[in-house]
Ligand binder design. Structure first.
Ligand SMILES: [Zn+2]
Length: 380
């Protein structure tokens, strides 16, 4: 079947306005493996839409050649609500201005309800279990109700992706090297993707403490695996991760074309596109725990001036930048901020005003940090 373009209406937030989600479909509707690709869930993170812009012609060509055995769905701009949040000529992404919070938190957590729904219904056949679990997930999401536009958007994305075999959520950080977040059970699958993308960090967490999109898709499966260890439920039936495509400003055709090629090759390696994928290159990082990320925080307000580029390896105590109070004399108004752990500085806040407590740099270290618990992703 040729490519189709679907326009899904969202709830109108006010009389006379209406937005919609655009989904491009390649392959045969309902066939497997089913792939969901989305970008710019935080609205102002725009490297992802450019990557999908370059990927879609490749998918269209594969589709024309009959090389997509299942279905590949692409939402190049996953958040038309956030895209409309232009305040004072500046696009305000990340948080919904209608009060619904961070666009990539608080997706519906199906763990409890799915566990309840599957009680007594799992058998000895993995394929039958997978089908039954997918049916239950669809039913549970169909029962969910949302009123406001942002929550309707989240539920719409969740329903579209929930029973896919593969889902990639393309984001970016402030200033960053490419990095990937996934669950520890899916490291093998995503180490391949990370290698193809040349990632500087592959961060793993079973539960980051909130419910971002990728975890909303995977964690219900893992709950069932834990609850029913004697029932065959493949841990990689629903493969889902978040890819951080460097920083906000890293938007250029050559890089996006390379990233699109890497994702295409990985989809081919996973069987979503027929043909033999080129072998994955040597990994550029190894998986490290999300609770091993050492944040560098601003202890007080000031002008953040970084001095280490994203992707660099740092040692404990290495100065990664300075926090400057320009109101003080130069000899007292300059504080060196140091790395709390050894590892890869994979992301940093852009130079400028920092508030007390801001995470101005993030360093992926190989070992968990005992004090880090609770909500690991944070918002700053
Ligand atoms: Zn994001």
């Amino acid at each position: 079947m040729a490519r189709t373009i679907e326009r899904i209406p969202l709830a109108s937030p006010s009389p006379g306005t209406a937005r919609h989600l655009v989904v491009h479909r390649f392959g045969a509707k309902g066939a497997r493996p089913r792939v969901w690709l989305q970008a710019a869930l935080h609205a102002d993170e725009l490297p992802g839409p450019l990557v999908l812009h370059h990927l879609m012609p490749m998918l269209a060509e594969a589709d024309r050649d009959g090389r997509i055995p299942g279905e590949i769905m692409v939402a190049p701009l996953a958040n038309p609500v956030g895209l409309s949040q232009v305040v004072g000529s500046v696009l305000q992404g990340r948080y919904a201005l209608d009060g619904a919070g961070n666009f990539n938190r608080s997706f519906v957590d199906l763990r409890e309800s799915l566990e309840e729904a599957m009680a007594g219904k799992l058998g000895a056949d993995a394929a039958a279990n997978t089908a039954a679990i997918r049916d239950a997930i669809e039913t549970l999401l169909a029962e969910q109700h949302a009123d406001d536009e942002s929550t309707v958007l989240k539920l719409t994305l969740h329903r579209l992706a929930a029973t896919a075999d593969i889902a990639l959520d393309l984001h970016c950080d402030d200033q960053a090297a490419l990095h990937v977040y996934c669950g520890p059970r899916q490291v093998d699958a995503f180490a391949d993707l990370a290698a193809r993308l040349g990632a500087a960090a592959l961060l793993t967490a079973e539960d980051s403490g909130d419910t971002p999109f990728d975890e909303a898709l995977t964690r219900p499966w893992w709950r069932l695996i834990e609850r029913y260890p004697d029932r065959p439920i493949p841990a990689d039936t629903m493969l889902s991760c978040t890819v951080e495509l460097r920083g906000h400003g890293d938007i250029d055709d050559d890089t996006a074309r390379r990233d699109a090629g890497a994702i295409f090759d990985w989809l081919q390696a996973r069987g979503a596109i027929a043909g033999e994928a080129p072998p994955a290159p040597v990994p550029t990082c190894r998986a490290t725990p999300l609770d091993g990320v050492g944040p560098v925080r601003a202890p007080h307000a000031g002008l953040w001036v970084p001095c280490v580029e994203p992707g660099a390896t740092v040692t404990v105590g290495q100065v990664v930048g300075h926090l400057i109070d320009p109101m003080l004399p130069a000899d007292t108004g300059r504080l060196a901020l140091k790395a709390p752990v050894v590892g890869t500085l994979f992301a940093r806040m852009r130079p400028g005003l920092a508030k007390p407590g801001d995470r101005v740099a993030k360093i992926a270290s190989p070992d968990s940090i005992p004090q880090r618990r609770g909500k690991l992703l944070g918002d700053r």
